[in-house]
Design a protein around this ligand. Sequence first.
Ligand code: 4NP
Length: 165
Amino acid sequence: MALKTPDYRVLFVCLGNICRSPTAEGVFRTLLADSALRERVGIDSAGTGAYHEGSPPDKRSQAAALKRGYDLSLQRARQVRDEDFEQFDYILAMDNSNLHDLQRRCPPALHRKLGLFLRYAPELGMTTVPDPYNGGKAGFEQVLDLIEAASKGLIQHLEAQASEA
Ligand code: 4NP
């Protein structure tokens, strides 16, 4: 049986694809499971850099996520590819550096697909997900807090889009 093509395709992007964007992929996938849209959204994550290509998520990200019920263990890091700009509808960066890197690579006609993930959680009063890599445990908890809020906002946005379609 052929797989159904998803109606919405979302790519989460950070620098290494081992901390923030795999967390976003895992949290968003888990929270989406409670939505009527669960079979209509394609989800992936990638890094602007290639340093960690093929690696599982950072152990600190995995541990913090698992405590909240999100299993990141099967994910593997990959770098953003040129085809991603065609294939995904929402390409959501964790911080401004990631966004600028994407803007440099993305064909101008597709720039409308690019944005900051936290635009879906304006109530946070923050626009970017800070890189936790060189910090302590609190940074990984903050990443999860921000990503949970933005994931809920993105699900609401997609549900509103679907109801208009
Ligand atoms: P991420 O975190 O972009 O959230 O995956 C980082 C992981 C690794 C590095 C930087 C950020 N690094 O420089 O190796």
